[in-house]
Design a protein around this ligand. Structure first.
Ligand SMILES: Cc1ncc(COP(=O)(O)O)c(C=O)c1O
Length: 415
């Protein structure tokens, strides 16, 4: 009979894993010192069996938490049937998923990719092709300062943060950045040369900054006036995260884009990115102009269909839990002076601090809670959509301890 490994053995296993990564991986990630082994619901466990309440959920990917029985079941079934077909052939799930995406987005035609940035690349090609069909000068893209659209060269070119772009310049030419929610600046820059306006509806990596209704309206109006495509990046803020299918549906009436890009939660951890376009935008891409070997495989598409069935019923719960969580965070806001603001929609929430948040993330991890800090000072929460009030209460009580520790550290610092 084999006995369960001791904590010492587990620590040695975790250390070996970290050392192998130090020796053999490109050193581009600065990971937290945690080796994850398995998950159940809203909790993950490390190789030592320690349990963590996960309020960042794979940066918004694990929307149904871990080991959801319905998702596990379809993955098992599909693995025994067919995993990959290539796009040389049809399979049973792309058509139904595209139909479903059309229904929930109000748009018409889908392209299946694998990641957020790959989907965004496709949308950018659509924008360029649309502009190119009208005039060779119509190639400019307007994007927002502080935005994040991905790491490939096209997406990077429209990412409004110098720190991500600077090592890879020169990037795409003709990209104009404007401040978020500044209607006048947008009006000044959009013109006949504009092929597309790309907007991240709620900036995620940039610190959980929602767009105003007025700004979205102006972007729509300018795109129509200059025959440019309006593209919404819903990779982080969409697919249920705000308590609606997509963040642009939060306004009444919704302001529809010409192209919408989504990814993260769509196949619950199986890579899947999409862009969905209306007929006008879709007309820019003809046969042979775009493609992907892995994009839209039967496994990812089947899982996404199952996920969307579950999501239909979860939307009110996301709204309810989001409001509950924000309410609890507002209570902490009143107690701790270094909390500047609590903001967000649904289960996409940011807590802006008057100090860097990295140490708080580490303290929380020690106490069994996973979150992350973006933009140096914004604690970011993207919990699974299935989170319960009880789990939120537990998370908030850990956060309270973390904030008390930070307050104590602040008081101990020499003035
Ligand atoms: C708004 C937004 N766009 C694009 C991306 C890029 O997605 P991916 O990392 O899947 O390429 C991300 C990733 O965090 C994102 O948040």
């Amino acid at each position: 009979m084999s006995s369960a490994p001791t904590t010492q053995e587990n620590i040695a296993v975790a250390e070996r894993i970290k050392q192998l990564e130090r020796d053999y991986l490109l050193q581009n990630y600065s990971r937290y010192p945690l080796v994850l082994h398995r998950g159940k619901g809203c909790h993950v466990y490390d190789t030592d069996g320690k349990r963590y309440l996960d309020l960042i959920a794979g940066i918004g990917v694990n929307a149904l938490g871990y080991a959801h029985p319905r998702i596990t079941k379809v993955i098992r079934e599909q693995a025994g049937l067919i995993l990959h077909t290539s796009n040389l052939y049809y399979h049973e799930y792309q058509g139904p998923l595209a139909q479903r995406l059309a229904k929930i987005s109000g748009l018409e035609r889908t392209f299946f990719a694998n990641t957020g940035t790959e989907a965004m690349e496709g949308a950018l090609k659509m924008v360029r092709a649309h502009g190119g069909k009208i005039s060779p000068e119509k190639h400019e893209i307007v994007s927002l300062e502080n935005s994040f659209h991905g790491r490939t060269l096209g997406s990077l070119s429209i990412t409004g943060q110098e720190k991500y772009r600077k090592d890879f310049e020169p990037l795409l030419t003709g990209v104009k950045f404007v401040p978020q929610n500044d209607v006048v600046a947008l009006e000044q820059v959009v013109c006949d040369r504009t092929a597309g306006i790309v907007i991240e509806w709620i900036q995620g990596e940039g610190g959980i900054n929602p767009m105003t209704h007025q700004y979205a309206q102006k972007a729509r109006e300018l795109a129509d006036r200059y025959n440019a495509l309006l593209v919404f990046d819903e990779i982080q803020c969409g697919v249920g995260r705000p308590g609606k299918y997509f963040a642009y549906q939060m306004t009444d009436p919704p302001i529809l884009p010409d192209v919408m890009v989504a990814a993260k939660p769509l196949a619950c951890g199986i890579p899947l990115g999409v862009f969905v376009a209306n007929e006008k935008a879709a007309a820019a891409i003809g046969p042979g102009m775009h493609g992907s070997t892995f994009g839209g495989g039967p496994l990812a598409c089947r899982v996404a269909l199952e996920f969307l069935d579950i999501l239909d019923e979860l939307l009110p719960h996301i709204q309810e839990m989001g409001a509950y969580f924000r309410g609890k965070l507002e209570e902490l806001h009143k107690r701790f002076a270094f909390i500047k603001e609590v903001r967000g929609h649904g289960l996409m929430i940011g807590v802006e601090l008057a100090m860097p948040g990295k140490q708080m993330v580490l303290d929380a991890m020690e106490l069994g809670l996973l979150m992350n800090c973006t933009h140096d000072t914004v604690l970011r929460f993207l919990p699974p959509y299935t989170i319960t009030e009880k789990e939120i209460d537990r998370g908030v009580s850990i956060l309270k301890k973390v904030f008390q520790m930070a307050k104590k550290r602040g008081q101990e610092q020499p003035s």
